[in-house]
Design a protein around this ligand. Structure first.
Ligand code: HDE
Length: 697
């Protein structure tokens, strides 16, 4: 049988049913530009014979495929990047010579990559984890990378311990699991032997580590940096990103389910917000302070396990970040972007924070491993924009920027770029003296006071979630001594919390408190900005409603609901027994975005169940539909519903006695507005006390 005969008889095997270039259609080529005649079959001897080495197209194609992967990041492997701009809203010319902060109204392009820390690249978005918040500013005087997190403190004080904390958090080395979670012995073993992590532990056990999406979380530069003026004056600065939509997190039981229903929940959320035309926005705030404040502060400003409360040094808003463009290619941009803390611009400088100093080594080093060449700055996403790059560095793997001409050294008699003491980056002139030794400053010794401050700053609901998270994670530790050791630290933070966790773990007795290295300050004042719930968002804007419909759903009600949701600046998705849609009361077929099995209520901020009696009877048989309601109830969501939905709710285990203020009856147009108003509270927290054994106990 000849090749031609085979193709003709086998659609998809290169025959006429396959796309073959015609007219203006571009022709497929090899990497060398040679047009390809057959991309379906390898060159072989006879129809059933061996393949030939001579088939250069096949070999090149497979060779390239074999080398598609680059090493994933050793931490922050799972990330999602988008483009946008930073707009200076207030000139900081009095504090820094950084060009991007000189002129109010000026915009600087940025690329931002959000990430989780511990999970591998293919892990799920809603792991309980810190989120990376890394911003590359393409300024007119070079790239500035503010490589931050969504939590303002860190686990450790000295970069020397970074490999240890990361090893302990990631999969255990013998078994290669668990993936993307700290709920295992090794993590808690390390943590409980490292009291400096206690403040961070409070943050990671709070709802901050299960954010509703990247759009609803803060970002922090963590370290104290320096602003430097033209004449060499310096002030200290800490950077804060504040989301315009407010802060919001999910519940833990919800996070666990979201990871199954949509492992890409956070990236999809950001993608959708941008592509649907609602670009998220943050304010950039700075806390600026001088040596006098640093000297009077109870803690060391070089210690990354400490914050400076906003009540002590207010956050001054100086700009806004708008993320309005998704990437064209995930690999080229999100994967290949290389952040380096050492990427600073004139006017921004480092302090002696030992964590920051270690990071300055690590980031450059890791990019060489990951991107394979010192020329990673030639990759478009890493190239400075709006300013020239001119130096005599040359060659190396994959060099893309190759100067012409004879000179490649400086000084020279030919010409070319020269250093400029006036325009160039000048390091802050800091007097330094001391013995050369491996030592930690005594001023870093207090590990519990701010952990306590964080805890007492939370609402009761948030404190319960911290206790629940600790109980959950420690219950996954096999070694009881590790569980007890954690409780011994909690006793230095809050006795009530320690007792609650000990009880939740079923510990036989409360262990003695761990001896603190420095006395614990008991009365640091509560600080509202540390809480999520004390600062509710102004509206339901940017959130998403899941509307469950079935055959017979009221068409007018649906329209009123959609209008009210859109008027609030929120979005919605329709969920139905079949994705093709449901036939509404007016006879029209209304397509859905989700089949009920794929659209559980955990994917939405609030839900509306607008079913007829006929629809209610049908859904009452369906487990995913019943989960839709019982989960929305247990997750304290606002639930709009028709009268006819109530029998279905009962079949889902939500009884008449459960109908609290979060249930909004929907019958006419006005009710749609009432529903949206109710949605603004986001959660009906009082309900949690009824649906959670730990709360009841
Ligand atoms: Fe990182 N960190 N880190 N880190 N980090 C990396 O760099 C490191 C730390 C942060 O989206 C790595 O390109 C050390 C604090 C983010 O591409 C690596 C120490 C904060 C990202 C590295 C820290 C961060 C990273 C891995 C202790 C918050 C993702 C891949 C001294 C302020 C950036 C890479 C992206 C990534 C080292 C601690 C934030 C290995 C040694 C504190 C957001 O270089």
């Amino acid at each position: 049988m000849s090749d031609d005969i085979y193709r003709d008889r086998n659609p998809g095997a290169g025959g006429e049913t396959h796309q073959i270039a015609e007219g203006d259609t571009p022709v497929l080529t090899t990497q060398q530009g040679v047009p390809v005649a057959d991309d379906q079959n390898t060159l072989r001897v006879g129809a059933r014979g061996p393949a030939l080495l001579e088939d250069f197209h096949f070999r090149e194609k497979i060779f390239h495929f074999d080398h598609e992967r680059i090493p994933e990041r050793v931490v922050h492997a799972r990330g999602f990047g988008v483009h946008g701009y930073f707009e200076t809203t207030e000139s900081l010319a009095d504090l820094t010579r950084a060009d991007l902060f000189q002129r109010a109204g000026e915009r600087t392009p940025v690329f931002v990559r959000f990430s989780t820390v511990a999970g591998n690249k293919g892990s799920f978005d809603l792991a309980r984890d810190v989120r990376g918040f890394a911003v590359k500013f393409y300024t007119k005087e070079g790239n500035w990378d503010l490589v931050g997190n969504n939590i303002p403190v860190f686990f450790i004080q000295d970069a020397m311990k970074f490999p240890d904390v990361v090893h302990a958090a990631k999969q255990e080395p013998d078994r290669g699991f668990p993936q993307a979670q700290t709920a295992h012995d090794n993590f808690w073993d390390f943590i409980t032997l490292t009291p400096e992590s206690m403040h961070m532990v409070m943050w990671i056990m709070s709802d901050r580590t299960i954010p509703r999406s990247f759009r609803f979380m803060e970002g922090f530069g963590v370290h104290t940096f320096r602003f430097i003026t033209d004449d060499g004056r310096s002030t200290f600065v800490k950077f804060h990103w504040k989301p315009k939509l407010g802060l919001q997190s999910v519940m833990w039981n919800e996070a666990v389910k979201i990871n199954g229903a949509d492992p890409d929940f956070h990236r999809r959320d950001l993608w959708d917000a941008i592509t649907l035309g609602d670009p998220p926005e943050w304010e950039l705030g700075v806390q600026v302070f001088d040596d006098a404040f640093a000297d009077s502060f109870e803690f060391d400003i070089l210690d990354s396990t400490k914050i400076i409360a906003e009540e002590l040094v207010p956050v001054r808003v100086v700009g806004r970040l708008v993320l309005d463009r998704v990437v064209d290619n995930f690999f080229a941009e999100t994967e290949q972007v290389a952040f380096c803390t050492q990427n600073v611009v004139p006017g921004i400088g480092f302090t002696n924070d030992p964590l920051l100093q270690g990071r300055n080594f690590s980031y450059l080093d890791t990019q060489l491993k990951r991107l394979g060449s010192p020329n990673f700055t030639h990759i478009p996403i890493n190239q400075p924009r709006g300013c020239p790059v001119m130096n005599f560095q040359q060659d190396g793997h994959m060099a893309m920027r190759n100067p012409s001409g004879r000179v490649n050294y400086e000084p020279n008699s030919w010409g070319g770029p020269r250093e400029s003491p006036e325009r160039g980056y000048r390091h802050f002139v800091a007097p330094e003296a001391g013995d050369k030794r491996q030592i930690r400053s005594e001023t870093f010794a207090d590990h519990y006071s701010q952990a306590r401050q964080f805890y007492v700053s939370q609402t009761g609901v948030e404190q319960k979630h911290i206790a629940d998270a600790l109980v959950f994670e420690l219950s996954k530790c096999e070694r009881e001594d590790i569980r007890a050791r954690m409780v011994s630290h909690l006793r230095n933070i809050d006795e009530g919390l320690a007792a609650r966790v000990a009880d939740g773990l079923g510990l036989a007795e409360i262990p003695t408190a761990a001896p603190p290295a420095a006395p614990v300050i008991q009365d640091l004042p509560a600080s509202d900005p540390l809480s999520i719930l004390k600062r509710p968002p102004p509206s339901f804007r940017g959130r998403k409603v899941g509307i469950l419909i079935a055959d017979g759903s009221d068409a007018d009600l649906l329209e009123a609901l959609v209008d009210a949701i859109e008027a609030e600046g929120a979005i919605y998705e329709l969920i139905a027994p079949k994705v093709g849609g449901a036939r509404l009361s007016d006879g029209a077929l209304q397509p859905a975005q989700q089949k009920i099995d794929g659209g559980p209520s955990v994917l939405y901020d609030a839900v509306a169940v607008i079913v007829s009696a006929e629809g209610a009877a049908l859904l009452g048989m369906d487990k995913p539909a019943k989960d839709f309601v019982s989960d929305a109830f247990a997750h304290c969501k606002v639930i709009g519903h028709t009268e006819a939905a109530l029998p279905f709710f009962e079949r889902a285990g939500v009884m008449a006695a459960d109908l609290d203020s979060g249930f909004v009856p929907l019958s006419g147009d006005d009710d749609a507005e009432t529903f949206v108003q109710a949605c603004r509270q986001l959660r009906v927290w009082t309900r949690e006390l009824k649906t959670d054994l730990d709360a009841v106990a």
